[in-house]
Design a protein around this ligand. Structure first.
Ligand code: ZN
Length: 167
């Protein structure tokens, strides 16, 4: 994004909206934004004394799988980001204006990646898989809800049987 028209002109600003294709996929182990996914950007660039203030609304869709039943999950993602692109290298700011341009892509990518869940689920009450057969419990509502023995009680069960008199 060339910002020559805004540089050293505090108070000037420019706004634009655009759909871009995500140049490379990113995300965590279970969910991410695919390469080529559409990212809608609403951008406001504002000239300040120390640099260019970028305010970005980014909307896209992340894809992954439910951590409980392994079904595909499609998750709309929306982030609002505001970062200063400083004119000079400065520890206080993560980004700088380089070649009279601001590169919004790393900023948007980082913010979207941070917003992704580490445990995506297909729906909040997804019952997951049958621990014995591996089938999706959502397909077998007769089996869910299954009583899952609390491991602390399971330990007591073992304790009790150990106390039974031997014959
Ligand atoms: Zn699920």
């Amino acid at each position: 994004m060339n910002v020559r028209d805004l540089m050293r002109r505090p108070g000037d600003h420019r706004e634009w909206s655009r759909d871009i294709a995500q140049p490379e996929g990113f995300g965590n182990a279970v969910i991410g934004v695919r390469e080529g996914a559409t990212v809608h950007l609403d951008v406001r660039l504002e000239s300040l004394h120390e640099g260019i203030l970028a305010s970005v609304d980014a909307e896209t869709v992340a894809e992954g799988e439910c951590v409980r039943c392994l079904d595909p999950v499609t998750l709309p993602v929306e982030v609002e980001i505001q970062e200063l692109f400083a004119y000079t290298e400065d520890e206080a700011f993560d980004y700088t204006v380089a070649d009279e341009s601001v590169d919004l892509e790393p900023m948007v990518r980082d913010a979207v990646a941070m917003s992704l869940p580490f445990q995506p689920v297909c729906r909040p009450d997804c019952p997951g898989l049958d621990p014995e057969t591996g089938e999706r419990l959502a397909d077998h509502p007769d089996r869910a809800p299954r009583e899952v023995l609390d491991p602390r009680w399971a330990a007591l069960e073992g304790f009790r049987s150990a106390e039974e008199p031997r014959s």
